[in-house]
Design a protein around this ligand. Structure first.
Ligand code: FAD
Ligand code: MLT
Ligand code: ZN
Length: 472
């Protein structure tokens, strides 16, 4: 705390009280590193305001004293965006006390929630009134709506419902000078000029603090069918999604691709997971169909689609879940990949996207280049194939030295990003830039787009106090 002026600390305490401040080194630790321990920083103070007015007062004080702020939600981000730098001079502003559900409007099909609300709590609040809030991802038990908005989170249901940007109608934001922008409108149509909410969605805390949002609700799902399917190639996955989609339309809500390497890691490290097949296969997909009707013929539809794919040699084997426990077990295999990979030593995480039709060629080209240049690296490819979004992760070779692998990190990343841009793809389809991909974005993003982004940043945050060192 010595890095901060005494008056600043006194004024912050007058706003949030002792309960809203974390000052001692031990209690601060969980705010200073991410869950993988891939990023670590220091902070002068962690502030935990309990209302929008308190957030605004804290931001005004930081602006007055020129103190940099790092917004933080559930701290589940994968790019170090919520972690302060090493200087020990920054203030972490945690939204975790702002968990309120402000309004549920079933006639407007909206829910208004505070930024610190845990995603799962929002899903549950929607379910209580017979509705669905469809954003779904592995970290949903700990990530917050504010973090979901700030990273424009995607997840496993984007195929049907879109990402966080598509699920948001209005925002409340504290601007870098402490003004409160109340854009909490539940309108589906509003053409009165620039759509400002989209500036803040995906801005990773660099343009302001999101304090609340109006989110869209959907009809509750009343029947679900889940299948685990083995495939001979990644190309077969692209063919299969075409078959299933033309048969099932919008009932297709999940289509997740996994390489054998990904599944091997899960079977090795995630308790209670078991391979549904007796033989191994190079690729798998997890398919989910859902419907708002309680007795929709989803099993029949999926069996028909898979049957057609089996005849064409696109599918090698398949199993339909026959109980809720089996559905949960199949999803646990998919959602367990992140955690399982952690047990295999250092890894490089990527969340690239390419046009869906290019996924097989991307995998083939990049696998070849990586294995030629870095023999023994283990490629852990999986992801949301219907969105063209692959987690093309790389784990160190078995038995190799951690430091040697880390020294190759930039060169490996270069191979992957060159291939991605070669297919007109994006180097970050869902996790954002944070501190991890800031330098890469400088290299791979269009210079005009970067200049426009800088102009927006300078206009809204002329002192550069909002999450400095991230994104730009
Ligand atoms: P944090 O990690 O706390 O912050 C993330 C960024 O948002 C930081 O830059 C931070 O400064 C900023 N921020 C946080 N709150 C605010 C706010 N109120 N106002 C302004 N800025 C703010 N992501 C996906 O998109 N799809 C997935 O499928 C997915 N799966 C995951 C699975 C696992 C197991 C894990 C650990 C992570 C996964 N993620 C995924 C990444 C992560 O969960 C998301 O990015 C999530 O949206 C982050 O929310 P958070 O509250 O933890 O944000
Ligand atoms: C996922 O889809 O599981 C996450 O976005 C990926 C990850 O943890 O790398
Ligand atoms: Zn993902």
């Amino acid at each position: 705390m010595s890095a901060l002026p005494d008056n600043f600390i006194r004024e912050i305490e007058a706003v949030v009280g002792a309960v809203g401040m974390v000052c001692d080194a031990e209690r601060m630790q969980s705010y200073l590193s991410d869950w993988r321990n891939a990023y670590r920083g220091e902070a002068a103070l962690v502030v935990r305001p309990a209302s929008t007015e308190e957030v605004a007062a804290v931001v005004r004080l930081c602006n007055q004293y020129d103190i940099a702020l790092v917004p933080q939600g559930g701290n589940t981000g994968l790019c170090g965006g919520s972690i302060p730098d090493a200087s020990g001079t920054q203030v972490v502003l945690s939204l975790t006390r702002m968990t309120g559900i402000r309004e549920v409007d079933t006639e407007n099909e909206t829910i208004t929630v505070e930024a610190g609300a845990i995603l799962q709590a929002v899903q549950e609040a929607a379910a209580e009134v017979g509705r669905l809030f469809p954003l779904s991802l592995g970290a949903e038990g700990s990530c917050t709506v504010g973090g979901n908005l700030a990273t424009n989170a995607g997840g496993t249901a984007v195929l049907r419902y879109g990402n966080m940007r598509d699920l948001t109608l209005g925002l409340e934001v504290v601007l870098p000078d402490g003004q409160i922008w109340n854009g909490l409108r539940g309108l589906r149509k509003d053409n009165t000029g620039y759509d400002l909410k989209h500036l803040f969605i995906g801005s990773e805390g660099t343009l302001g603090i999101i304090t609340a949002a109006v989110l869209k609700l959907y009809p509750a799902v009343r029947s679900v069918t889940t299948a685990w399917v083995a495939l001979p190639s990644a190309h077969a996955a692209v063919q299969l999604i075409g078959i299933i989609r033309s048969l099932c339309g919008d009932r297709l809500t999940g289509f997740e691709l996994m390489s054998r390497q990904s599944v091997d890691f899960v079977l090795r490290h995630v308790g209670a997971c078991s391979d549904p097949f007796s033989e191994t296969h190079p690729w798998y997909v997890l398919i989910e169909l859902s419907d708002t009707q309680p007795d929709a013929p989803l099993n029949e539809l999926l069996e028909q689609g898979i049957g057609e794919a089996l005849e064409r040699g696109v599918v090698t084997d398949a199993v339909l879940a026959s109980s809720e426990a089996q559905v949960a077990a199949l999803w646990a295999m998919r959602e367990g990949i992140s955690e399982a990979q952690n047990h295999e030593g250092p890894s490089l995480k990527h969340d690239i996207s390419v046009p869906v039709s290019c996924i097989p060629a991307f995998i083939q080209t990049t696998d070849q280049r990586l294995l030629d240049q870095f023999p023994g690296v283990r490629i852990v490819a999986y992801g949301h194939v219907g969105d063209g979004n692959l987690h093309y992760n790389v784990s160190k070779p078995v038995g190799s030295d951690d430091t040697a692998f880390k020294a190759q990190q930039d060169a490996i990343m270069h191979v992957i990003y060159e291939a991605t841009t070669g297919f007109q793809g994006s180097i970050s389809a869902e996790h954002g830039l944070g501190q991890a991909k800031r330098a890469a974005a400088k290299h791979y993003k269009d210079p005009l787009e970067l200049a426009l982004m800088r102009a927006i940043k300078t206009t809204l945050d002329p002192k550069g106090l909002m999450n400095p060192g991230k994104v730009l």
